[in-house]
Design a protein around this ligand. Structure first.
Ligand SMILES: *[C@@H]1O[C@H](CO)[C@@H](O)[C@H](O)[C@H]1NC(C)=O
Ligand SMILES: *[C@@H]1O[C@H](CO)[C@@H](O)[C@H](O)[C@H]1NC(C)=O
Ligand SMILES: *[C@@H]1O[C@H](CO)[C@@H](O)[C@H](O)[C@H]1NC(C)=O
Ligand SMILES: *[C@@H]1O[C@H](CO)[C@@H](O)[C@H](O)[C@H]1NC(C)=O
Length: 170
């Protein structure tokens, strides 16, 4: 019984060590691949279902612990397509991000960083770059708010980091 428990612990820990660790910062903290597109239910999710289903399926097929699969072209381009859809929708609707992962450059950058850390795979910048939709005609709120969002995420990460520092100094 004891050794069974030890084995389960080992399996659980080994699984943790291997899983792609996406360092998001802010309230999200570190997330796994299967959480990277897990935005809350809502209009945006419905609108982008056909773009995001293949990405979620690709991530599920790889599993959270097969990092080389999670970082390959097919998976990454499916994720980009999903994020691009959400980005385009947010711009077209002039809406704010409902979640820091929606239509999010920081999310893609964090994913890329996780692939580099885990697999020493440097994703080409174009494979993780969101582009403005052709319908974009000028200044609009969501884009203006984008830097603010990024700063918010960075402040969140800093606060999170300080909390960890505080805890480890206690
Ligand atoms: C998040 O991941 C980074 C990099 O592996 C690690 O240094 C940090 O301690 C992790 N933070 C949490 C809250 O697990
Ligand atoms: C990881 O995924 C690849 C496909 O990209 C597959 O060939 C490989 O067997 C998988 N590895 C594990 C440990 O499941
Ligand atoms: C993945 O992308 C790299 C660089 O863009 C390319 O050389 C390679 O052929 C691609 N592999 C697949 C399976 O598409
Ligand atoms: C990571 O990849 C780079 C370029 O592909 C290579 O020069 C470097 O030696 C690799 N590092 C490790 C730890 O494998």
């Amino acid at each position: 019984m004891h050794s069974f428990f030890a084995l389960m612990m080992f399996v659980a820990l080994a699984g943790r060590a291997m899983a792609l660790n996406i360092v998001f910062g802010g309230p999200l903290g570190n997330i796994t691949a299967s959480q990277v597109l897990a935005i809350p239910d809502g209009q945006l999710k419905t609108d982008c279902q056909s773009s995001c289903d293949p990405a979620n399926q690709a991530i599920q097929t790889c599993g959270d612990t097969n990092d080389s699969c999670l970082c390959n072209n097919a998976t990454v381009s499916a994720i980009l397509a999903c994020e691009q859809c959400m980005f385009t929708e947010l711009i077209n609707q002039n809406a704010q991000m409902p979640d820091p992962r929606a239509g999010s450059t920081p999310a893609l950058a964090a994913y890329s960083a996780a692939c580099l850390a885990s697999q020493n795979i440097t994703l080409p910048p174009t494979s993780i770059a969101l582009t403005l939709p052709a319908s974009w005609v000028g200044p609009f709120d969501a884009l203006l708010n984008l830097p603010a969002t990024i700063i918010t995420v960075m402040i969140g990460a800093t606060l999170g980091g300080s909390a960890i520092l505080l805890l480890s100094n206690m």
